[in-house]
Design a binder for this molecule. Sequence first.
Ligand code: NAD
Ligand code: UDP
Ligand code: UDP
Length: 326
Amino acid sequence: MKRVYNSRKRILVTGGAGFLGSHLCDRLLESGAEVLCVDNLFTGTKRNIEHLLTHPRFEFMRHDVTIPLYVEVDEIYNLACPASPIHYQHDPVQTTKTSVHGAINMLGLATRLKCPILQASTSEVYGDALTSPQSEGYWGNVNPIGIRSCYDEGKRCAETLFFDYHRQHALPIKVVRIFNTYGPRMHPQDGRVVSNFIRQALLDEDITIFGDGSQTRSFCYVDELVEGLIRMMNSDPEIIGPINLGNPHESTVLELAELIVQLTGSRSKLVRRELPSDDPVQRCPDIKLAKEHLNWTPKVELSDGVMRTIEYFRDLIGSAAPHEVS
Ligand code: NAD
Ligand code: UDP
Ligand code: UDP
């Protein structure tokens, strides 16, 4: 039921206690909205939203999106899903359930409320891409039965569901494909390359290069990514996506390691480890559509964004219990 006395937008962010979700909650609150953050704290943490818990327009609900949810909101950002390979491979069946059953429940909710819903999809839908840069028209090269499939195929199925709800129920949808994003509030134990290398460098531990380090990724700073999400939600209704969001500046994993060693002044050595299976060789977004429809272009230099992330990790390592970071 719509509330009688409140004209403020009430926005649901699933996965709102995670890395991207918590920054999104910050930005939506700054814009004057009410925010309902729904998260089961599987990979997210209360530390990410601690500063919001007493905010009068913020509400936290511990809930698993694979279970139906009945709330009243005006917009939905669906971010709930573990995103780092070690997290999504920890319980792969649950990962698929979160992507698929979670999407069905959030789409059911949006259909009942007739409200716009944005899906945080991923560059992983392109798999080990055979073309670069990857544009939205590329259908991908995904292994359906490998160790990354629970995430890749779960996210692909979620996209299918979004488009079928749009066609079948005229639901206003928005689908963005997010490329590797980094910044403060990444989990120090999530095993992602930026967080791993910074933590290892700050602790003077070996920096683990998987394979020969020649594989590429394109890294987007979190504030810019969140700006892209909000612009997508507020874009014209006919803009439904999928639209790539990411920074087209491509680096090899080895270049990233060298940059982090240099910026931290670390004594760490680079060591080789086996390349995990199905690890994509090259990842670079074509962001023509984001530029054209959202007027969105990331500008933060990798060294600047990495420096800000290093500062966050320095504080975290300084204040955290040892088991939380090492
Ligand atoms: P994250 O792990 O920090 O955040 C995900 C959040 O979802 C966590 O707070 C977690 O507790 C919550 N969650 C997981 N399963 C849930 C469930 N069943 N019910 C309720 N909450 C659940 O990851 P992130 O980097 O913030 O990613 C957020 C979203 O963006 C994910 O959907 C991810 O697939 C997508 N994405 C992120 C990146 C990136 O580089 N960060 C790239 C592509 C796509
Ligand atoms: N759903 C929900 N909240 C709502 C409305 C629906 O969680 O406010 C769930 C509902 O439990 C169902 C799913 O969303 O499992 C899909 O709903 P839909 O109406 O599309 O299909 P159906 O109810 O026919 O399965
Ligand atoms: N990687 C690495 N060392 C690490 C963690 C990751 O060399 O300690 C590599 C990984 O093999 C991949 C790239 O860095 O090629 C990005 O990995 P991440 O897990 O951050 O994201 P994704 O593979 O999902 O893009």
